[in-house]
Design a protein around this ligand. Structure first.
Ligand code: C2O
Ligand code: CU
Length: 548
């Protein structure tokens, strides 16, 4: 195994990924940031310098379990003090499992500002994939907002509430196409949107006829659930969040923020034209144009756009087809990791939108998450008993009296920094229960992501989860393992994991505004087994003073 060193500088810079010029957060001058390429078992060392003048930063290695290095998880406020302006921090961790992963900012809403990239981990020498392909390509999907991050953050925490709104464009590998004529830009500001900026040409994936390509997809959207397709081509899904799945063929893949997939695409035997690669918004009424890239057949000209209309995508509100695709995933035969047949603890989390003191918030069992000033990992390891509220949050909501289809007032919702403490090595079930938002007849899709683990996806359903019968619907035979999973509108999702990774781990909705508005819980397990914390994580809260 090798050690792979990276030196990164995080900066604000003017970028025009969709032709519209705005301030973005870059790594070494770019967004998306550099791709991390490694082999299973390698150690990754990222020396990160925060060159932002006024903002902290932290980076999360999404899908990497950080076994033995919980302080490198990058969850600002949970596992480390965020890195202050001008400071450097060293992330050091082992990529213990081959697969497709991502990384992104995990402080404030910096992911949305462009702070993200991919991590590709290959198999050890001599081990081969259970499928074959000629070449692989990474495709990162994102949604892009023209408003600055500060403005978005402040809007979310203002009265009256100002939502971030729908994205102006969708990016494929950091490129999109905004229609500059929508701007009414005064000609005195010609630089703001450059309709012909050659740097904003779409991403081109060139293929050779007859070859098989493995596309490694990752979604880092701040808000949007997407449907990904390649015009007139089928895709065979083979990997999800780093685990092999029983191959299935589809025309469109639903991909939620925080998820990664590999799909195999066979190039046609010959083609005199190029095709569209497209991403469309689903689950929210789309007001963002289709994100486009070019599937270029060698030797056609790479920039030649197809004359056909890009795929329009499925109906945005077709929850059934999204649920059906979620249910279609099974672990790949020969690679099934069987879950424990029962669990030691069941935590049911009711997902609600409500108001606290007039502010819009998201809550789990009526608690809306806030950060303590001393990160949990530091507070627990050092026994700082007053660093956060030590009362356990509830494992249940009021089943009998809560109507998930109504706009509930939730007058008792409060802010909380309480955490779930799990028995080390126990098996834990999480039932995510969706509900109506504060808008009549409206429920959203929430992609839930767990740090430090992968979990078995036991089942999905619509309506209110029934404690006495719905467990019968679980797939205990060949469930897939993931780190991010959708909770569909008015539905439930059931997961199971082993609390076997000593540390403190965030579990949250991957929609950045929801996360910012409190849609998080935190788990602790085996804190006594965590090794000595590096002092570099301790620059804030009760351990701020290095001389004590
Ligand atoms: Cu990719 Cu805590 O998030
Ligand atoms: Cu959400």
């Amino acid at each position: 195994a090798r050690i792979r060193h990276y030196k990164w500088e995080v900066n604000y810079g003017f970028q025009s990924p969709d032709r519209y010029k705005k301030l973005a957060i870059t790594i070494n001058g770019r967004t998306p940031g550099p791709k991390i390429l490694a082999q299973q078992g390698d150690t990754i060392v990222v020396e990160l310098k925060n060159n932002l003048f006024t903002e902290n930063v932290a980076i999360h290695w999404h899908g990497i379990r950080q076994i033995g290095t919980p302080w490198s998880d990058g969850a600002g406020g949970v596992t480390q003090c965020p890195i202050q302006p001008g400071e450097s921090f060293i992330y050091k961790f082992v990529v213990d499992r081959a697969g497709t992963y991502i990384y992104h900012g995990h402080y404030g809403m910096q992911r949305e500002a462009g702070l993200y990239g991919s991590i590709i981990v290959s198999l050890p020498n001599g081990v081969s994939e259970p499928f074959s392909y000629d070449s692989d390509r990474t495709i990162l999907l994102n949604d892009w907002f023209h408003k600055g991050t500060d403005e978005q953050v402040i809007g979310l925490s203002s009265i009256p509430f100002v939502f971030v709104g729908e994205p102006q464009s969708l990016l494929i590998n950091g490129r999109g196409k905004y229609n500059c004529s929508l701007l009414n830009t005064p000609s005195s500001e010609p630089g703001l949107c450059n309709a012909t900026n050659p740097e904003c040409s779409p991403y081109v994936l060139t293929v050779v006829p007859g070859k098989i390509y493995r596309l490694r997809l990752g979604s880092l959207t701040a808000l949007s659930a997407l449907s990904f397709e390649i015009e007139d081509h089928e895709m065979t899904v083979v990997e999800a969040d780093g685990s092999y799945v029983e191959p299935f063929v589809t025309r469109n893949l639903y991909i939620y923020s925080g998820e990664t997939y590999s799909v195999l695409v066979k190039a046609k035997q010959n083609s005199s034209r190029n095709y569209w690669i497209s991403a469309n918004v689903v689950s929210r009424k789309p007001s963002t144009p289709t994100g486009l890239a070019i599937f270029n057949y060698y030797p056609n000209h790479p920039q030649k756009p197809p004359k056909t209309l890009p795929p329009a995508g499925p109906l945005w509100n077709d929850t059934k087809s999204r649920l059906a695709q979620s249910l279609a995933f099974k672990a790949r035969q020969g690679f099934i990791n069987t879950p424990p047949l029962s669990s030691d603890r069941v935590i049911v989390l009711l997902n609600t939108q409500n108001k606290i003191d007039g502010y819009y918030k998201w809550s789990l069992n009526n608690l809306s998450f806030t950060y303590p000033t001393t990160p949990y990992l530091i507070a627990l390891k050092n026994n700082l008993t007053d660093a956060f509220d030590r009362r356990p949050p509830p494992d249940r909501y009021d089943f009998a009296n809560y109507d998930i289809y109504s706009v509930a007032k939730n007058v008792n919702a409060t802010y909380s920094n309480r955490i779930y403490r799990l028995k080390f090595n126990s098996t834990v079930d999480i039932i995510l229960q969706n509900a109506n938002t504060m808008t009549l007849n409206h429920s959203e899709t929430h992609p839930w992501h767990l740090h430090g683990h992968e979990f078995w996806v036991l089942g999905y359903g619509l309506g209110k989860y029934n404690m006495s019968s719905d467990w019968r619907k679980y797939n205990l035979f060949n469930p897939i393992m993931k780190n991010t999973v959708p909770l569909h509108p008015y539905g439930w999702t059931a997961l199971r994991f082993r609390a076997d990774n000593p540390g403190v781990w965030a579990f949250h909705c991957h929609i950045e505004s929801h996360f910012y508005m409190g849609m998080t819980v935190v788990f602790e397990e085996g804190i006594d087994k965590v090794g000595k914390l590096p002092s570099s994580i301790m620059g804030c809260g009760e351990t701020r003073n290095p001389y004590i």
